[in-house]
Design a protein around this ligand. Sequence first.
Ligand SMILES: *[C@@H]1O[C@H](CO)[C@@H](O)[C@H](O)[C@H]1NC(C)=O
Length: 128
Amino acid sequence: MHFMTTLTNIFVVFIVALMSLVAAAPLAVRDVYVPPVTYPHDGTVWTIGSVHNVTWDNSNPPQQITNPNGVIMLRKGDRTTNIVLASDFKVVIGHATVKVPKVQPGDDYSLVLFGDSGNFSPQFTIKE
Ligand SMILES: *[C@@H]1O[C@H](CO)[C@@H](O)[C@H](O)[C@H]1NC(C)=O
């Protein structure tokens, strides 16, 4: 009896694993381009008013990009602000220049790179 229960459990785990594989598959097929942001990164400190070159890994673009135009927005904590740092650039170029806006200093800022989808940078610091 106990043996059967264990077997049933293993079977259920197997089915669940199989289902999650099937659920994940369409994502890989779609041409959603989510290039990881490489700068700023964990430990980066930006001063208000300074200018920086945001970079992301553009080494693996898909054949077709649904939305080639990028937008970079500022995020604080787990909320995206309405501050647009850069727009009207091509996501495939892999970098964009931004000027650090006058915001409340903090160590929980991040960027969202919008192209095909939103991609968050690691958190970094903005100081006065
Ligand atoms: C930004 O970084 C990219 C990639 O390293 C580089 O090609 C580009 O010249 C830089 N732009 C500026 C304004 O520094």
